[in-house]
Design a protein around this ligand. Sequence first.
Ligand code: PTJ
Length: 247
Amino acid sequence: HVDVPEDHPRYESLLTRHRIEAGVDRGITSRQGLIAQGRGEAFDYLLGERTTESADEAERVAAAHLLLADHAVLSVNGNVAALAPEETVTLAEATGADIEVNLFNRTAERMQAIVDHLREHGATEVKGLAADARIPGLSHERGKVDADGIHDADVVLVPLEDGDRAEALAAMGKTELVVDLNPGSRSARTATVPIVDNIVRALPNMTAHARELADIDEATLREVVEDFDAERALDDAEREIRSGSFE
Ligand code: PTJ
């Protein structure tokens, strides 16, 4: 437990930082995850630490993709597990998606710690431990996935993903929903739907959209998805960064 004064201007940002630290202490987050968090924070600062209108739209489109999917999977790494375990479980429940732990720096210990952590936060089934299939084009450890999980999925949500893996998943023909605060990252540029927002805001907002869209007919959902322009979403994010007023 840490005491961050609630009136501190960086309250949310400091809480998030402590969650990542705690994740490292508990063997959930990799030490590289600390560096990734720092990079994310810098972009979040430039974006004003808020969900832009354009990101909100991308989150709505991503929710529609999850609802339309034959088999959607939410991929969880060590940063996501530390930052938003409950929010991941809630989104999976709202959309009928599977959850799979998939690590860039895979170790058996960290896989198990994250699976346990997600179960403590209400997940019933967590995939990733079987590792009985491969993503083509990646080295052995980095390409491991479950045959009945990410390998089989038509839609995957990959938050804070490394560029190589994002490209390899896209090359498999999957609809890729990427949450990444850096609009210039290869992952964001590869995505079917780039979501330039903090994962701690993106997941609950996607759940809210999924609940709103749940009763809408399939044709309308398809329109939501087809109207989306990924290039424009990335341009919007860049413009927000350039025009930001920083506090
Ligand atoms: O747990 P593992 O082993 O799977 O490793 C996970 C990390 C994140 C360490 C690994 O995938 C990695 O090294 O990723 P990168 O290449 O550092 O990319 C992470 C991207 O996520 C960067 O573009 C960051 O800007 C972005 N990012 C970091 N924190 C957040 C974020 N995006 C959204 N929300 C965040 N909180």
